[in-house]
Design a protein around this ligand. Structure first.
Ligand SMILES: [Zn+2]
Length: 459
């Protein structure tokens, strides 16, 4: 006997639609139809007639876009916000590494839950996480993340990060927070084996992510790349974030960060790199030629005074560029929706008013991010057959009403509240409220974790 298929159509109507497909198709008044976890129709006007059990949602006054994709984050940092407020990257890291040495599984669970909930409330449907601090006796941090993420319902791409270049070997982090090279590689392979799901509709994909050139040995970088390719998973790291990093690279390796990455086998269409602020023309061309992605984090780069990535030049070179909020310790706002506006402003501060359009900013936050995570075939645009990861933004309130162009209202205007956020057809946010978890409880857990860590750091 075959299984009975339950028809679960959800029909969004009377809604402006920005599909972010290859042709930039938009409808001022349109519809999107979801069946199960997939988009089955999108177009102008009403959707037509569906089965009487279908759920119709009148989204008058709203804009539906693909759910936003977050390409760079460190969720554990939710517990250490507001510290080292006026430092550059190296000063900020040096102040925070000793605090991070006290993290444990309970903290990672609390920060993952709270951080993903906050991302959901700003329009994010898929997020990566880059966790690279594994103190001894901290418990199973990776399992804690996976479990907490399941409770929120976002599509999750945790990466197994690592550091093995401690201060005694010429690195930046204190020896107390780095791992042995071999141990880091074994743990990384275990995380991939245990958790990575390669399915098209996957809610959980794992990537390999040693931290940065100044906290990781060349051996770990090269071995990590070999491991990722052997397992068929993606590669991520921080690169070319600050002028100090470039100086470090020139001094220790005799080349720029991108040349160093190239030498280690770290450029390719299975790699995406966080920041890439300081690039020369040759580096931009090399990223484009190899299809290497960039996670652009404009607020974090601004907070640390690092500069801003040459997004216009990267796009013109064909580089996949996504948006990242980055860790909340260097980006206390943590809202992905707000990064659309920040990306637009940062590009224009650097390159003038034509450096990035509102629609290009939206594309960075959606299909650009999906390309970075290797999921452009199933995420990042509203097209028939793609997964139903949708953000329905309310634009008829005092903050947006009167801006005739809904995409301009979303990007130029203040952060919009969500009428609905859907991940694979499942409701995560409705009428501006998280439906999968209690945000008060998440806040209490976060407060408890932050205080415990502060006590440990002060002891
Ligand atoms: Zn980062």
């Amino acid at each position: 006997m075959g299984r009975v298929r339950i028809v679960t159509f959800t029909i969004l109507q009377n809604v402006a639609v920005a599909t972010v497909d290859g042709a930039g198709t938009e409808y001022r008044d349109g519809h999107v139809v979801v069946d199960g976890d997939r988009i089955v129709a999108v177009g102008a006007g009403h959707a037509g007639r569906y089965h009487r059990s279908a759920q119709y949602i009148d989204a008058t006054g709203c804009l539906v876009t693909p759910g936003l994709v977050n390409t760079h984050h460190h969720l554990y940092q939710w517990a250490t916000r507001g510290l080292a407020q006026d430092q550059n990257l190296f000063g900020w890291l040096t102040a925070l590494y000793p605090v991070w040495a006290g993290i444990d599984a309970e903290l990672v669970s609390a920060t993952t839950g709270a951080g993903l909930a906050w991302l959901a409330l700003s329009g994010c449907t898929t997020s990566m996480d880059h966790h690279y601090v594994y103190p001894h006796d901290a418990g199973d941090l990776f399992a804690a993340q996976v479990e907490a993420a399941r409770g929120i319902g976002l599509r999750f791409h945790p990466t197994r990060g690592s550091m093995d270049l401690g201060a005694s070997s010429g690195g930046l982090p204190p020896d107390s927070v780095v791992e042995e090279t071999e141990a880091a590689l074994i743990a990384t392979e275990e995380a991939v084996n245990k958790w990575h799901d390669p399915a098209a509709e996957s809610m959980l994909r794992v990537a390999v992510a040693p931290c940065s050139p100044f906290s990781v040995t060349a051996t770990l970088m090269a071995e990590a790349a070999a491991l990722a390719r052997r397992k068929g998973v993606r590669l991520h790291t921080h690169l070319a974030e600050t002028v100090e990093e470039e100086a470090f690279c020139r001094e220790t390796q005799g080349c720029t960060p991108v040349e160093y990455a190239d030498r280690l086998g770290w450029l390719g269409d299975d790699v995406w790199l966080a920041h890439c602020v300081h690039l020369d023309d040759a580096a931009i061309a090399r990223l484009g030629a190899t299809g290497t992605g960039v996670a652009h984090c404009p607020s974090s780069n601004g907070r640390l005074g690092a500069g801003t990535a040459p997004v216009r030049q990267l796009l013109d070179a064909g580089v996949p560029v996504g948006l990242g909020v980055d860790g909340p310790a260097s980006q206390e706002s943590g809202q992905l929706g707000a990064e659309l506006r920040q990306a637009l402003l940062a590009a224009r501060v650097r390159g003038g008013p034509s450096a990035l359009t509102a629609r290009e900013a939206l594309a960075l936050g959606t299909i650009g991010g999906a390309r970075c995570l290797g999921r452009a075939a199933e995420l990042g645009s509203i097209e028939v057959g793609k997964l139903a990861d949708l953000a329905v933004w309310r634009l008829d309130g005092i903050g947006h009403v009167g801006i005739d162009d809904p995409v301009a209202a979303l990007v130029f205007g203040p952060p919009a509240s969500l009428e609905l956020l859907m991940v694979g057809g499942e409701t995560v946010v409705r009428h501006g409220e998280l439906r999968t978890a209690d945000t008060e409880q998440l806040a209490r857990g976060l407060r408890r974790a932050s205080r415990k860590l502060a006590r440990k750091a002060g002891a």
